[in-house]
Design a protein around this ligand. Structure first.
Ligand SMILES: NC(=O)c1ccc[n+]([C@@H]2O[C@H](COP(=O)([O-])OP(=O)(O)OC[C@H]3O[C@@H](n4cnc5c(N)ncnc54)[C@H](OP(=O)(O)O)[C@@H]3O)[C@@H](O)[C@H]2O)c1
Length: 272
């Protein structure tokens, strides 16, 4: 598994209209800047209008057009309305749909709150699913085809203390996109899942861990590369790719090892 293309890459011409959820800060904002180029129209979505406007200014500096679309994706109605709005803002041509908005309910499972877990599942899994159910019928009939890029997480492939419900929500997203990739193999749409590892953003600023973090700019650049190469799965960072390989080939040993080091790397969420 790598950032290299692994499937039916290359449907359609270079992307012109790129829609990004979670573009007000963090990985989504950096991906927007990495993807900005003259001739491109970026539709930037999140709740914070001020954050979106900051990204808009950075994107415009690189010569791209940018439209700000404030939305709240934490309910089914919100995701459905966002899908309608993004199709309209894209003006009938949706080349890249980058579903990046997400959250992490970082807590020991025995202490975690069920409402927070449901919110996380909705934002990380049900909201992208709802947007795809609304937008894919349009994308598969576009003459130019299209590309869906979902931001999952390395946690979808490996267990991690304090991220049980988060990992499950991202595993559901990965499974959805893999299945759709097979189901839509003869349609002019590619689907990619990007699986970042631990990255220094607002989402993780309260995580007390000794793990080394990637910079959001690095992950944004990896997403831009995935938009260009259209792999099935992209994992930014060599050490993350090695970890993914270890957990896939030796799951029992890797889980055991992780259990041993967890009290050292995430002491706040490990129960004695
Ligand atoms: N950071 C990591 O270590 C890491 C690792 C692997 C995967 N990821 C994934 O990368 C993606 C981006 O995360 P990040 O680290 O960049 O986190 P972040 O800095 O917290 O950014 C999250 C983005 O999602 C938006 N968002 C949150 N709730 C929303 C809602 N209800 N409706 C619409 N938009 C909402 C936020 O904007 P508003 O608050 O303005 O709405 C923001 O733009 C997520 O899917 C995350 O799971 C992160």
């Amino acid at each position: 598994m790598s950032t290299k293309a692994t499937g039916t890459a290359g449907h359609g011409p270079a992307p012109k209209t790129i829609v990004i959820t979670g573009a007000s800060r963090g990985i989504g904002a950096r991906a927007a800047v990495a993807l900005a180029a003259p001739g491109r129209h970026l539709v930037l979505m999140a709740r914070s209008e001020a954050g979106l406007q900051q990204t808009q200014a950075a994107v415009q500096k690189k010569g791209a057009r940018a439209t700000v679309l404030p939305v709240d994706l934490s309910s089914r109605a919100g995701a459905e309305a966002a899908a309608e709005a993004l199709l309209q803002a894209a003006g009938g041509r949706l080349d890249v749909l980058l579903l990046n908005a997400g959250t992490s309910n970082h807590a020991a499972f025995l202490d975690s709150d069920l409402d927070a877990i449901e919110y996380e599942l909705r934002l990380n899994y049900l909201s992208p699913l709802t947007i795809l159910r609304k937008c894919l019928p349009h994308m598969v009939t576009q003459r130019e085809g299209g590309h869906v890029v979902c931001v999952g997480s390395l946690a979808a492939l490996m267990p991690f203390p304090g991220e049980a419900s988060y990992a499950a929500s991202k595993a559901a997203l990965l499974s959805l996109i893999r299945s759709l990739r097979v189901e839509l193999r003869d349609r002019p749409v590619d689907l990619t899942v990007v699986l970042p590892g631990y990255t220094a953003t607002e989402m993780t600023e309260n995580h007390r861990t000794m793990l080394p973090a990637m910079a959001p700019e690095q992950v944004g650049a990896a997403i831009a590369e995935a938009v260009e190469k259209r792999p099935a799965i992209a994992i930014p960072g060599l050490s993350n790719r090695l970890a993914a390989r270890l957990f896939r080939t030796l799951p029992g040993t890797s889980d055991w090892l992780l259990g041993k080091v967890a009290p050292l790397v995430v002491p706040s969420v490990v129960h004695p």
